[in-house]
Design a protein around this ligand. Structure first.
Ligand SMILES: [Zn+2]
Length: 505
């Protein structure tokens, strides 16, 4: 939710641009971007277009040293501005000149350049820093995973604060070059294409590039000892997967799932349209967590996702996010359904394709699992609140909403919408209301009532007529459990990220 600027007249706007910013007419950037769920997330007054992170990480001690160069444009006459960051900073330069800086709270770095920045002007911000991310606790909580052989940054809604300074909100996306030096024998995994790697004096540097807009929480870093596999898609895009050498008994199941990344992406391309990024893959570090995350181009998977055997469904979910969540991102965190409802529904579509239960059968099953007095129905997927942002209802009721839409408008329009939406908002941001309007436009039907019933009403919607007919046919018997249900339900832990934290951010 960008604050709208009020421009009194064209003449006034011209004058503002013609006069350099002065202390008199410039003001401090807001300490938050304006997201009601997380008031401190992101910042106001500027927009970042590119992050260049040059890092060095010592796995034995967890010491991370870095220089971050941000290319930014002031969106107001700016006397000072905030970055979201938690590690110890030694120097900040703005436009090449040393700037004053101070830390406010756990994660706000307040930067005052020697001279105010004029609205519309581009500048560089260089931040030198060092610290041990595992020692940074915010509200008693850390996003950083310390592993026996290194460390991992992969969390939602934020992890950047633990390893680089940023405008930490999906509204301000940017491209990334991430260069990481680690001791020989360790690897550094990040987003996008591995452009180059070189070794010198016992250290190996990995240079990664993510060349399409990327939200800060979708940037990832994993240092450890990995086995790496590489392939190419039919379209020639590089696939790079990384597996911790310490996965033990889950190693086979993890590989049997993630090595199907190219195949799953090929199928998703038929459903959602062209793959939006420059690379694919996934990685499984030796973390003790249970979740998975759609880190851009290279999802993070906890080994526990494969504890019971191979699970391609979780790969489907995280790859679906590359279109729904990564390319088209939320405007505010209240819009999480635009990510999770669709990623969950893609698991139902995969089941349908594999002959393990249609999306309708899965919808009937999910609907029957939750009686009317189940608290499940009190969570509104369309605006669940920060405490319920990753509640199961956002996923399962969110997918029920899509099945209801499909039944209402028919397959032709429904699949046109699934493919059209990622093109309509590619590399941008959108909110729930934008999707409702888009679906109405494509189908030519009024749909506000349907979405209100399935996304906002705090009660169990009446069974759709089609479901009533099916129930009547089976004489009221419980719907049969679809074959794919176990694999899909076992991915429910993918939303178990961050539930142990408070709402401090
Ligand atoms: Zn998800």
């Amino acid at each position: 939710m960008h604050r709208r600027l009020i421009v009194p007249s064209a003449l006034a706007a011209t004058l503002v641009l013609a006069i350099p910013a002065s202390a008199a007419n410039s003001s401090a950037g807001a300490p938050g971007i304006g997201d009601p769920y997380y008031p401190a997330a992101g910042n106001g007054g500027y927009d970042v277009s590119h992050y260049d992170l040059r890092l060095k990480y010592q796995p034995q001690t967890d010491l991370l040293e870095g220089t971050a160069t941000l290319l930014a444009t002031a969106t107001q006459d700016l006397s000072r501005f905030n970055l979201d960051f938690g590690l110890e900073v030694s120097e900040v330069r703005v436009g090449g000149r040393k700037a004053k800086f101070t830390k406010e709270g756990d994660q706000e770095l307040v930067v005052t350049p020697v001279a105010p920045l004029a609205k519309g002007s581009a500048t560089s911000v260089v931040v030198r820093y060092a610290g041990k991310p595992s020692q940074l606790k915010i509200g008693g909580w850390t996003a950083w995973h310390r592993t026996p052989d290194g460390g991992v940054a992969a969390q939602e809604p934020d992890s950047a604060v633990w390893w680089f300074p940023s405008n930490d909100h999906p509204l301000d996306k940017a491209t990334y070059d991430i260069s990481v030096s680690v001791p020989d024998g360790s690897q550094a995994i990040s987003n996008g294409v591995l452009v180059s790697q070189s070794s010198r004096l016992g250290w190996t540097r990995y240079n990664w590039r993510s060349n399409k807009p990327q939200a800060s929480y979708l940037a990832t870093l994993a240092v450890g000892r990995f086995d790496i596999t590489t392939e190419k898609t039919a379209d020639g895009l590089p696939i790079l997967n990384a597996y911790s050498k310490d996965l033990g008994d889950t190693a086979g199941a993890a590989r049997a799932s993630i090595e199907r990344t190219g195949e799953v992406a090929e199928w998703l391309t038929e459903v959602f349209g062209p793959y939006p990024f420059n690379a694919l893959g996934g990685y499984v570090p030796n973390v003790t967590s249970g979740y998975a995350l759609e880190t851009q181009t290279r999802p993070f998977y906890s080994p526990r996702q494969f504890a019971a055997g191979a699970n391609v469904s979780v790969v489907v979910h995280e790859l679906a996010h590359q279109w729904y969540g990564d390319s088209v991102s939320v405007k505010g965190w209240k819009d999480i359904w635009v990510n999770e409802g669709f990623a969950r529904y893609s698991q139902w579509l995969w089941s349908e394709k594999e002959g393990e239960g249609t999306a309708q059968e899965l919808a009937d099953w999910v609907y029957a699992q939750h009686p009317a007095d189940d608290a499940f129905w009190t969570v509104a997927p369309g605006d669940p609140g920060p405490q319920n942002q990753f509640h199961l209802a956002v996923y399962d009721r969110g997918a029920l909403a899509l099945q209801a839409l499909r039944n209402e408008i028919g397959d032709e329009d429904f699949f046109a919408i699934l493919k059209g939406w990622p093109a309509e908002h590619a590399y941008g941001n959108a909110e729930v209301g934008d999707f409702v309007a888009y679906a109405e436009r494509v189908s030519g039907k009024p749909l506000a009532g349907l979405f209100d019933t399935w996304l906002y009403e705090p009660s169990k919607p009446a069974a759709p007529a089609a479901a009533e007919a099916r129930i009547a046919r089976s004489e009221g018997a419980e719907p049969e459990r679809p074959k794919s249900w176990k694999a899909i339900a076992s991915t429910n832990t993918i939303h178990d990220h961050g539930h142990e934290r408070g709402d401090e951010h």
